[in-house]
Design a protein around this ligand. Sequence first.
Ligand SMILES: *Cc1c(COP(=O)(O)O)cnc(C)c1O
Length: 379
Amino acid sequence: MKLATRYIHAGTEPDPSTGAIMTPIYQTSTYVQEAPGVNKGFEYARSQNPTRKALEEAYAQIENGKHGLAFSSGVAATDAVIKLLSPGDEVICANDMYGGTYRLFTKVFAKYGIHFNYVDTTDTNNIRKAISPKTKLIWIETPTNPLMNITDIAAVAALAKEAGAWLCVDNTFASPYLQNPLDLGADIVMHSATKYLGGHSDVIQGCLVMNDDSLREQLYFIQKSCGAVPGPMDCFLVLRGIKTLHVRMQRHCENGERIANFLRSHPKIGKVYWCGFTDHPGFSIAQKQMRGFGGMMSFTLKDDSVENAKRVLSSTKVFALAESLGGVESLINHPASMTHASIPREERIKNGLTDSLIRLSVGIEDADDLIEDLNQAIG
Ligand SMILES: *Cc1c(COP(=O)(O)O)cnc(C)c1O
C-alpha cells in the first residue's frame, strides 16, 4: 500500500458498535467484567485503552514495524528505552542531540550507574571505537537537532548487531514519511509525536515502534509498570494528525527547499544548515536513507553577534518565536537560550551550536509569505 493510503487508514477501523468512521475517544479508567477474570481484553486503562490501541497499531504501520507503543511524551518514550538497561550497562549516543534527551541521560540516568558515551556519530568509526562488551544500546538522532547532521543508519545498525546491542533511532526530525529506520536495521524507532505526527501543536506525546516480540513485551511491561501513558483524547489527536502526514510533509519539504535556497542566496546570511544541499557533508547518506529533506534548518547571520540574532528572532511576524517544531505553522527558535539551554555552553559550542544560531521549523503556509517575513526580519 502506498504511503498516502496507509496514513489515512492506519490503525482505524469503523467502530464495531456504531460504525463511527473515527475511532471514539474512550474516556474511561476501567472496564466492567462479566465475571472475575472474564473481560473483553480491557481491564484497566493504564494497561489498555481502545483509542490508544488504535493509535499504537497506526504507529506500527507508519514505521513498517510490528508493534507500536504510545507514551505521554517523547521523553517518556526515551525514558522507557533506558529502563531496559541495568547499572553498569553502557550507551553510545550522539554528541549532538535533542537537549531534553541529553538532560535525561546526564541528570537522571547517569546517577543510576548507566554510562553514556557521547560521540560524533556522523563518523561511524567513532561508534566502532566506543563499543565495549558492556555496550547495550546505541542511541542516534538523524538528522540532528538543530545542526542537521546525518548519521548512516544502516552502517550503525550493522555495528550494533555485531556488538549485540540495540540500536534506537530518534526519528522525530525526519518523520516516517521521510525515513524508516527499522527498514534499515534499527531495533527501535522513537518519535516525539508532539512534532510532525500530531502536526498541529496541540498535543504532547511520544511513541516507540519495534519488530521484535520480546522487546515489545519488555517495553510494554515498562509502559504499564511506570505508567507514562497518554490519555485517550491525546491519542485521538495524534490519530487524526497521522491522516494528513503525507500532504503536510510534502509541503514542509517544498517550503523547506525554497527557504533554504532563499537564505543561502541572501547577502546577510552566514551558514545555512539544511541536509538537502548537495554540498552538505551528509548529503549522499541523506539521499540514500531519506525520501526528502524536510522543513527543519538552522542558520547564522554574517554579523554573527547574539544581539543581531536576537533582533531577527524578535522581528518575524509569520514565524512565531517558540520551542517545538513540526506543526503546520512556522516557528523560529534560538537553540542556545531555548531548546538547548540545558546543554552546558562549552559542550554546545564545541559541537557547533553557537550563541547566534537560529533554527527554523518551516510550516505549511504559503512560501512567498514566509520568505517575505524572513526578508523583512533579516533587514
Ligand atoms: C521534542 C523532541 C523530543 C522530546 O519529545 P517531547 O514530546 O517534547 O517529550 C525528543 N527528540 C526530539 C528530536 C525532539 O524534537
